[in-house]
Design a protein around this ligand. Structure first.
Ligand SMILES: [Zn+2]
Length: 363
């Protein structure tokens, strides 16, 4: 009798298990441990579950915050480059030094993101890593040079784009990004190749930004002059890239339009061309705040000069060293762009209105 009962119970349980296994790989929001459910990898498509409107939340990565110490309200370096050429100068980095910069960033746990992802708070670097943005002003030929070798056109391996592309091949997990702030009439100085270069840049995760029409000093211009200088840049960029969203401005000489004319650095119109800069970059000398930080102001973001000459403690290597000494100041990702994970004490520096649909987690 006892034996029979046990057998009956076992059979009954087996039936239950089989039934559950057949129809509940996605039931509820709990994630089934993989070992017990071999069907987990073949989850039915959403349309297989009529009436179940709530999709299960994606599994939260198992992160021990106290060990990894993410701080998604920490500082982010927006690096500013100009020339890449053979003689190192205040505003020129040699190809060797530029390679050294990328290598240092990579080895020290920095990962490239686009300026757009930074201001959109869409930071997707791996858990434990720090995002970094690189920018180039002036559209110089040594930033993007095309050479001919054996009758074939190729990217100069010693120009900025050539060096970044080579680096990304070697380290595919370095990320993608790089914003080129150009002016006209001849960005990158090979007129017949502008379109080809722009297409390549956009296709490969780079961005093209506004650096005014002819590198005007916006501080000296009238309201109309500022609008003309910024709208014409957009007009010409869009002639090469129809419909392209020129969303970022790097101020020429780091100088903004004066007083109430500053509004025209943000948006304006000239002869039918409108522009809207969702981010304005200064020359600056310190890291930028995280997008949810109370001090984040997209219209006034500082950049760090990527140079080792006349830096006075505010260059790329000064901050790399400083973040090594004070890792708590650095933005460290939790690996999930949908959550903002911060140490408890950072809470007072969070702009609550900026969180929107993201989840704020403190530890
Ligand atoms: Zn410039």
């Amino acid at each position: 009798m006892i034996k029979f009962k046990a057998k009956y119970a076992l059979t009954f349980m087996l039936i239950i298990v089989l039934l559950l296994g057949a129809c509940t790989p996605q039931a509820g929001t709990n994630v089934t441990p993989p070992a017990k459910n071999p069907d987990q990898t073949q989850q039915p498509a959403p349309q297989d579950k009529p009436g179940d409107e709530k999709e299960p939340e994606p599994a939260a990565p198992q992160i021990d915050y106290t060990t990894m110490k993410p701080n998604e309200n920490g500082q982010i370096m927006l690096l500013m480059y100009h020339g890449i050429s053979n003689k190192e100068e205040e505003w020129v980095r040699t190809p060797e030094n530029f390679r050294k910069d990328l290598e240092n960033l990579y080895q020290k746990g920095y990962r490239l993101i686009t300026l757009k992802d930074y201001i959109d708070n869409n930071i997707k670097v791996e858990a434990g890593y720090t995002p970094v943005v690189i920018t180039f002003d002036d559209g110089l030929q040594n930033q993007y040079n095309i050479i001919e070798e054996n009758g074939e056109k190729k990217i100069d391996p010693n120009c900025a784009v050539g060096i970044i592309e080579e680096f990304k091949k070697k380290h595919p997990d370095f990320g993608q990004g790089g914003s080129f702030f150009v002016y006209y009439s001849n960005p990158f100085r090979q007129k017949e190749l502008i379109k080809e270069k722009y297409d390549f840049l956009i296709k490969n995760g780079y961005e093209i930004g506004n650096h005014s029409y002819t590198h005007e000093n916006l501080g000296e211009l009238s309201a109309e002059g500022v609008q003309k200088a910024l709208a014409l840049n957009v007009k010409y960029t869009q002639e090469y890239l129809p419909g392209y969203d020129v969303f970022a401005l790097a101020l020429p000489y780091g100088i903004a339009p004066k007083d109430e004319k500053f509004q025209y650095a943000i948006s304006g119109e000239y002869e039918g061309t409108k522009y809207n800069n969702r981010v304005i970059l200064r020359v600056g000398s310190n890291p930028a705040p995280a997008p949810n930080h109370i001090k984040f102001d997209a219209a006034r973001l500082p950049r760090i000069r990527a140079s080792e000459i006349k830096m006075g403690g505010t260059g790329i290597y000064d901050y790399l060293a400083s973040f090594e000494k004070h890792p708590e100041k650095r933005y460290i990702s939790d690996g999930n762009p949908n959550t903002i994970v911060i140490p408890e004490k950072e809470q007072e520096n969070i702009n609550k209105d900026s969180i929107s649909d993201k989840q704020l987690i403190t530890y």
